[in-house]
Design a protein around this ligand. Structure first.
Ligand code: PMV
Length: 348
């Protein structure tokens, strides 16, 4: 192609899993299916500039993070390029500048790999569209972007579209795949409209256990087979809940999934406790609040100490009052992020 130079720009959100992905096989194939809410405010914005280079001998790119040249991200991108090259043959023909920033604070402890990897994947897909002589359908575009994002970070494949995305082959969703995420296309019950996610930042430090190490802990884990089966059952039931709007059952499935993820880490070898005392303080307070206020507020966790508080829009003003009066004390520097369920990535 004669595409000499240009640039593309995308914003891509983070996501929060309701049924957790924990454990993988070769080539970023998940050991069990997962489902997540796509977020709205927590996102990565990436601009990819490219210019043709004379020789296609190696990958050539620079990374800028929040306006400054960044060497630390380079090995991750290098690995990502190596993994996706079989599906993107033009990569070595160009020199790239990857200019990226997050809408959430750096090292806030919220995973930026999902939003970050999906944003680059989308930029590269956009470039493929520019280079292609054939029409590329939106469906193909999203699927391949998700496929590429998965090779960067598994959960990133769930960040392309909204409002809910399923990843991993399973009986409940006929079109599900291990290779990319698919949208939840059933009619979502109005109870979930604008569902809220307040992210309480308990520990903004570096992750104690990288997800690469974490997934590996599930290999030969004594409870792994039962856990993978449970994820299938929880996903099947959650599908019904998302349609029926049964928020009581939603709370049970989501909290059980979060605690199971942590239970897997506590019972692996080596073993880890990724919650902090403040994580438990917050969970206790959420449970008390729920009982006293007849509320449907619940929590979920990723592989760290931060707490995601999920609640219906109708409870928003009360819950934010609760956070301000009782929970900010447990957040590092009083820091929390207000987010809600979102529509997915956007071309800028
Ligand atoms: O995408 P990874 O490999 O960083 O795995 C993330 C796994 C969890 O965030 C703990 C759960 C999930 O499904 O997102």
């Amino acid at each position: 192609s004669n595409l000499e130079l240009g640039s593309v720009k995308w914003s891509s959100p983070s996501n929060i899993a309701l049924v957790k992905y924990w454990g993988k096989r070769k080539n970023q194939i998940p050991a069990n299916p997962s489902i997540s809410f796509t977020l709205s405010n927590s996102k990565t914005i990436t601009e990819l500039s490219f210019s043709k280079k004379p020789e296609a001998d190696k990958f050539s790119f620079d990374v800028y993070f929040e306006g400054e040249r960044n060497e630390a991200f380079k090995p991750k991108i290098q690995t990502f390029f190596e993994r996706i090259e079989p599906y993107m043959s033009f990569l070595k023909n160009y020199r790239f500048k990857i200019d990226t920033k997050n809408t959430f604070p750096h090292s806030s402890g919220i995973a930026s790999s999902a939003s970050g990897m999906s944003a680059i994947a989308l930029c590269l897909m956009d470039m493929e569209r520019l280079l292609s002589t054939n029409e590329i359908s939106d469906d193909y575009f999203n699927r391949k972007a998700s496929f590429l994002a998965r090779l960067g970070s598994g959960s990133a494949c769930r960040s392309i579209e909204g409002e809910l995305v399923i990843w991993g082959e399973n009986k409940s969703f006929a079109d599900s795949s291990d290779l990319f995420g698919v949208r939840f296309t059933e009619t979502l019950h109005p109870n979930f409209k604008d569902y809220q996610d307040a992210i309480l930042l308990v520990d903004k430090g570096e992750k104690q256990v990288s997800s690469t190490v974490g997934h590996k802990l599930m290999e030969g884990h004594p409870y792994a087979p039962q856990r993978f089966e449970q994820a299938h059952r929880n996903l099947a039931e959650l599908k019904e809940v998302l349609i029926s709007g049964d928020l009581k059952r939603f709370v049970e499935i989501v909290e059980s999934e979060a605690l199971t993820l942590h239970a897997m880490m506590m019972t692996s070898m080596p073993y880890f406790i990724l919650m902090k005392p403040n994580t438990l303080e917050i969970i206790q307070k959420i449970w008390r609040y729920r009982a006293e206020n007849n509320s449907l507020l619940c929590f979920t966790l990723d592989a760290g100490a931060n707490v995601h508080m999920l609640f219906p829009k109708s409870e928003a003003s009360q819950v934010y009052e609760f956070i301000k009066s009782q929970l900010v004390a447990y957040c590092q520097n009083g820091h929390y992020i207000c987010d809600s369920i979102g529509d997915g990535a956007m071309k800028l």
